[in-house]
Design a protein around this ligand. Structure first.
Ligand code: NAD
Ligand code: GLY
Length: 359
């Protein structure tokens, strides 16, 4: 088992990564917490495979568990479901010492974390991420939110979990498109902070998609460690944490224009990373190999990279993103594999030039 400590003073916690954790998680939590009322939140896809396994493990350790499965999908991350979940918190008589457990992908993690952050002004919560994206990104770092019709993740806060339990076995049931979307976030970590991780992805893609345990352990633990280091230095995204948004500026614009229907988040981020690299080349910050190496990995994932979207609509969407500061766009740009800078010096002229050409 790998253990990564996220050092955030009073809000510190551990991330545990191993296979077969789902049948141990209740027991592990019981070592540090009195058994209590527990709301276990999942979605129906995940609930039917893993819900009872996890609930039973908690029950065996004397936790009073109520298991609740929402329909799957991004559109479930809304305030109406938050209200529904508060009703369940009241019905199950949760108090400030109770526990919320998020068993699922980023949708369930973000929504459950938001409930935990706001119910009675905050109660403890545990993340048990089951998608690769959630295991390497969304379950760590405490960004919790629901969507608003005016924008994704617009209603939320920073609220750290008490612990994160990553069971690599859960990836065996993850649909392959979701695995690909999560893999893109791992490429992101390689580009922003770790050339060795990037080279490992180039060499080991087959093993990773065959779910080789050692390969999974390596990419998940390395990604979690990178995210932990960044969050420790800048929990509330005043500056450094923005590097985690590499590929997300244009990626998010693409998702917005296509109403979150055409691209999975990771697919849009992959395109965003390629455009960010083109911008960096245009600005003389890096050379073409940085682009080519990412392109090759992304193509091997089978992702299509030409959007057919008009540069004008992408740029318009860029200016409505919450990542703009005082109306200026901020881009995370690679200088080499393993290193990025944050720049607000990308002119609209450059953007038009890059976005008007196919990748
Ligand atoms: P998701 O939660 O919708 O999961 C994707 C799909 O995979 C769902 O249909 C789900 O039911 C299914 N699934 C998940 N694990 C499974 C498993 N082990 N077996 C079978 N099916 C499984 O999406 P996601 O990609 O995990 O997360 C996306 C969400 O994460 C978005 O809402 C995004 O905003 C959020 N996010 C948050 C952060 C953060 O820092 N909080 C970071 C990145 C993304
Ligand atoms: N996924 C970006 C962040 O957590 O800051």
């Amino acid at each position: 088992m790998k253990k990564i400590h996220v050092n955030l003073s009073a809000n510190s916690y551990n991330i545990y990564i191993d296979k077969d954790l789902l049948v141990k998680v209740g027991e592990m939590i019981a070592k540090g917490k009195e058994p209590c009322k527990t709301l276990l939140i999942t979605d129906e896809n995940i609930g039917k495979i893993y819900g009872e396994i996890v609930a039973e493990n908690f029950r065996q350790n004397n936790f009073d568990v109520k298991l609740l499965a929402l329909p799957p999908g991004e559109d479930q991350k809304n305030i109406e479901n938050a209200l529904l979940l508060y009703d369940h918190c009241f019905a199950h008589k949760l108090d400030r010492k109770s526990l919320i457990v998020a068993l699922g992908g980023g949708v369930i993690g973000d929504l459950s974390g938001f409930i935990a952050a706001t119910f009675m002004r905050g109660i403890p919560y545990i993340q048990i991420p089951t998608s690769l994206l959630a295991q390497v990104d969304s379950s760590i770092g405490g960004k919790v939110a629901v969507n608003h019709p005016k924008g994704k993740n617009m209603i939320g806060c920073f609220y750290q979990p008490t612990a994160v339990f990553i069971d690599t076995n859960t990836l065996s049931t993850l649909p392959s498109k979701e695995m690909v979307a999560g893999f893109v976030e791992v490429i992101k970590y390689g580009v922003i902070r770790d050339a060795e991780l990037f080279a490992f992805l180039e060499k080991s893609m087959y093993d990773i998609f065959q779910l080789n345990h050692e390969a999974l352990l390596k990419i998940i633990a390395t990604s979690c460690q990178i995210k932990a280091n960044v969050v420790e230095q800048d929990e509330k995204e005043k500056d450094l944490r923005a590097i985690l948004n590499y590929g997300h500026t244009i990626g998010h614009a693409i998702e917005t224009i296509t109403n979150y229907k055409k691209y999975r988040h990771g697919e849009a981020v992959a395109i965003g990373m390629l455009y960010a690299s083109k911008i960096a080349i245009e600005l003389g910050l890096t050379d073409n190999t940085v682009f080519e190496r990412q392109l090759s990995l992304i193509k091997n994932l089978g992702l299509s990279i030409q959007t057919g979207l008009k540069s004008e609509s992408i740029i318009k969407a860029l200016y409505t993103d919450k990542k703009t500061i005082s109306g200026r766009l901020r881009f995370v740009l690679p200088t080499k594999i393993g290193e990025v800078i944050i720049s607000d010096k990308v002119s609209d002229e450059i953007l038009y030039r890059i976005l008007d050409n196919p990748l």
